[in-house]
Design a protein around this ligand. Structure first.
Ligand code: SF4
Length: 189
């Protein structure tokens, strides 16, 4: 890994606080710039270019994390954060030091990330990986926190510990679309 002081990260947008869509709880999203997967009907085509967009040092991002209030954690999304793995790892390690929960979305699979340089270290540092390409034929609006059913919500720490994929089982099911209130059937009897 480069000297930490030299690490920069190319972002598609400023840090976005208070998201409830990008993982459990209220989270701050780090939108990385750059993705070469080219999934048809990608929801964020503006993030594909690898040209510099908002370039910051990882030290600057850490200072921004220090300022966060009321966030359960951070989520790396994009784009695909894995193209900037060393910078993401540096930020993720700091986020752990200040007790932030970490999710990461990638078009690569868990197995592919595991084989990359520093990939295992990253998987040990974050909490949840949502992996796999977005596939339009497997798209569903009923799946919490993922766009298509091939994608997996993986407990990375447990997976590394056990040497096999451990899914976050409670999040792999379809959303409960039952209405919060139903009129009792005997109300007018
Ligand atoms: S991995 Fe994500 S950002 Fe990249 S093309 Fe696929 S859906 Fe789009």
């Amino acid at each position: 890994m480069k000297n930490k002081k030299d690490l920069t990260i190319n972002l598609a947008a400023p840090l976005q606080e208070d998201s409830i869509l990008d993982g459990e709880g209220i989270r701050t999203v780090i939108w990385t710039q750059g993705c070469a997967h080219n999934c048809p009907f990608c929801h964020n085509p503006g993030t594909h270019s690898f040209d510099p967009a908002i370039v910051k040092t990882t030290e600057e991002i850490k200072k921004e994390l220090d300022m966060l209030k009321g966030q359960a954690g951070i989520t790396f999304s994009g784009g695909d954060p894995i193209y900037q793995l060393d910078a993401v790892l540096d930020i993720a390690k700091y986020a752990k030091e200040i007790n932030l929960n970490i999710w990461l979305y990638t078009g690569f699979t868990y197995e592919e990330v595991l084989k990359m340089n520093n990939g295992k270290e990253l998987l040990k540092t974050i909490d949840v990986l949502v992996d796999g390409l977005f596939k339009i034929d497997l798209r569903s609006l009923d799946l919490p926190y993922r766009g298509s059913s091939n994608q997996r919500i993986i407990d990375t720490k447990e997976s590394i510990k056990k040497g096999k994929i451990i899914l976050v089982d409670r999040l792999m099911h379809k959303k409960n679309t039952k209405p919060l209130y139903e009129k009792p059937s005997n109300i007018f009897v």
